[in-house]
Write a protein that binds this ligand. Structure first.
Ligand SMILES: Nc1ncnc2c1ncn2[C@@H]1O[C@H](COP(=O)(O)OP(=O)(O)O)[C@@H](O)[C@H]1O
Ligand SMILES: [Mg+2]
Length: 329
């Protein structure tokens, strides 16, 4: 390996310093750091306009810094073959439930997976379970990593984590140490949670980010039709933060979403749709719909660029989310 290659490998592992980018001097780097942008990956995540707002850089300087960072992190166009090789080498995360893993063709991938369902369908249970499975070794379907849980509704329950860990045969105490929780009290705080989660991804081995729930604060803070535009803009910006996090760090992101009752058009048929409208629909990579049925939870893929639209059944128990008897495709 040439010295150039070996330096690049070190850079990949340790992240490139801001000053290593052409065109960024120490004064600019210092301004960026003051704005919380510490590495080239951080810089690549910001569109120039946002960069200008937070960093006191001039418009031209912000554009240049942003472009150079992007070029450094995403250096070239990939052929579909190269893309497949890159994606193929990305690990899947087991859900800890065979039926769900089969539904997801092996488990969760980097990107945003959205769990949509009414109250009590098991969304939070599945999120908690993933906080345990992410810690499993690779040969058990985990990523040997930690989890970061942004909790907006006070549903984060360490006791449940311990029970689920025990059912998987891993030490409860150790498992709890690798799950970081962040109680977000409003939507601003929820944005702050993602910023902190990025720090934890870089420094504490976090591979899974949970946001439970994605939409609740936005819906509460911007009620009614008259605030719809403002709410959707803000939600859109939040989802973009999540998408950037997933792309830059190959993070697996799981968000939960509520469903809304829609007025009946056909009498007797109760239509329901996920909250957040098109902004969330377009923002999530994979969408799973959870509904209670015959004492179990039926989980269906309702939107995915690659999975077939299958359904499966799971049951909720003290051990977490498990296979239910019936399986349907
Ligand atoms: N300790 C437990 N033992 C058995 N079932 C449990 C336990 N904790 C939660 N559950 C199941 O999970 C359900 C709640 O699921 P939850 O994930 O909180 O729903 P959601 O987040 O979709 O509102 C409960 O109704 C129950 O069926
Ligand atoms: Mg919940």
């Amino acid at each position: 390996m040439s010295s150039e290659e070996s330096r690049k490998q070190v850079d990949d592992e340790n992240e490139v310093e801001l000053e290593d980018l052409a065109g960024i001097g120490s004064a600019t780097a210092e301004r960026l750091r003051r704005a919380g942008i510490k590495t080239v990956k951080d810089l690549a995540a910001f569109p120039a306009r946002e960069l200008e707002e937070i960093s006191e850089l001039s418009e031209g300087k912000a554009e240049e810094a942003s472009r150079r960072a992007r070029e450094s992190v995403f250096p070239k166009v990939l052929s579909a073959k190269e893309y497949l090789e890159k994606r193929g080498s990305m690990p899947r995360l087991t859900t800890g439930c065979g039926n769900l893993d089969r539904l997801l063709c092996g488990g969760l991938e980097p990107g945003i997976t959205e769990l949509i369902g009414a109250y009590g369908t098991g969304k939070t249970q599945l999120c908690l379970q993933l906080c345990i499975t992410v810690q499993l070794t690779k040969n058990r379907g985990g990523l040997g990593g930690a989890a970061f849980f942004i909790d907006t509704e006070d549903t984060f329950k360490p006791e449940r984590l311990a029970e689920i860990a025990k059912a998987m045969g891993i030490d409860g105490g150790m498992a709890l140490e690798n799950v970081y929780s962040f109680r977000a009290i409003n939507s601003d705080h929820q944005f702050e949670g993602v910023r902190i989660a990025q720090e934890y991804i870089k420094t504490k081995g976090v591979r899974l980010l949970v946001v439970d729930s994605l939409t609740a604060h936005f819906r509460n803070e911007y009620p009614g039709r008259e605030s719809l535009v403002g709410r959707q803009q803000r939600l859109n910006s939040f989802i973009h933060q999540l998408q950037r996090t997933a792309t830059l760090y190959d993070a697996i992101i799981v968000v939960t979403n509520q469903i809304l009752d829609v007025p009946e058009v056909i009498p007797g048929v109760k239509p329901m749709r996920p909250a957040g409208g098109n902004v969330v629909a377009h923002g999530s990579t994979f969408r799973l719909w959870l509904e209670r049925s015959k004492g179990m939870t039926r989980v269906s893929v309702i939107d995915s660029p690659k999975h077939p639209r299958w359904s499966t059944y799971v049951s909720l128990s003290q051990n977490g989310v498990e296979d239910a008897e019936v399986e349907e495709k």
